[in-house]
Design a protein around this ligand. Structure first.
Ligand code: ADP
Ligand code: ADP
Length: 229
């Protein structure tokens, strides 16, 4: 089943002499449960693509269809709700709320949506992430790897259609980075969580089912690494 389709995505910044084509006609589709990585040199358009897929930024033209909804057509309010329910975002620098503890950070987007706390879900996620004895702590009391675990918990709590991760290990030492990658892969495998991971680390990218190569805003190669059964 197709969970994401991108059609002829174009993103221009500026105009006239200063115009930059950050994305120049990108099209692809992703199946539910797939793990896709997006790799490319600095400035190739990776972050721009992720921001558009995440509904944080609008394209100049083109479509982004997530689970049947063209998110570029949604108004601000509907888009905000769609984002909190259907899109999980994991950033390089965690983006946690400094005044909220681990539990609160994980459940926050869900609570902002006016929904009740699913205590069992929260307990499952916290224990899965190995944060049981950290639940009352603030982000400033956690290591980088622990903070990234919290941000993964927050992204997964609402069972999003897609999990988008932008250089999630970019700020971590190698061993911690591998632990974080293992967690992301595990929810991809065990929970059939569709995962799109942006990286400039080829070793990391090659752990995906498919690798998309971006260059100058174009998808120049779409390589299947392994086929799922
Ligand atoms: P990557 O994530 O692969 O490093 P980006 O998506 O950040 O690439 O950038 C793609 C291109 O778009 C680059 O040339 C960058 O300078 C440009 N760009 C990105 N964001 C903006 C912006 N807000 N305003 C102007 N140009 C931008
Ligand atoms: P259900 O969807 O049936 O309510 P959950 O998604 O809450 O179940 O959890 C089912 C199992 O998956 C639990 O045993 C839990 O440990 C595990 N699990 C929960 N969250 C994650 C996660 N983010 N990544 C991987 N496994 C998880």
């Amino acid at each position: 089943m197709e969970i994401l389709r991108v059609e002829n995505l174009v993103k221009e910044y500026g105009d006239g002499d200063t115009k930059i084509m950050a994305l120049d006609g990108v099209s692809f589709s992703v199946e539910k449960g797939e793990f896709v990585s997006v790799i490319g040199p600095s400035g190739s358009g990776k972050s721009t693509l992720l921001h558009i897929l995440g509904g944080v930024d609008k394209p100049t033209s083109g479509k982004v269809i997530i689970d049947g909804t063209d998110i570029c057509e949604l108004g601000e309010d509907k888009l905000a709700v769609f984002r909190r329910r259907q899109i999980g975002l994991v950033y390089q620098f965690y983006n946690l709320m400094p005044v909220l503890n681990v539990d609160e950070n994980i459940a926050l987007p869900h609570l902002l949506d006016g929904r009740k706390l699913d205590k069992e879900r929260l307990d499952n996620i916290v224990s899965h992430l190995g944060l049981e004895d950290r639940r009352e702590n603030l982000p400033s009391q956690l290591s980088g790897g622990q903070q990234q675990r919290v941000s993964i918990g927050r992204a997964l709590y609402s069972r999003p259609a897609i999990l988008l991760a932008d250089e999630p290990t970019g700020n971590l030492d190698r061993k911690t980075g591998e632990e974080i990658t293992a967690l992301l892969k595990e929810s991809n495998r065990m929970q059939k969580q569709t995962l799109i991971l942006i990286t400039h680390d080829e070793r990391l990218a090659m752990q995906a089912d498919r690798v998309f190569y971006l260059e100058d805003g174009k998808l120049i190669k779409n390589e299947t690494v392994r086929t799922r059964r």
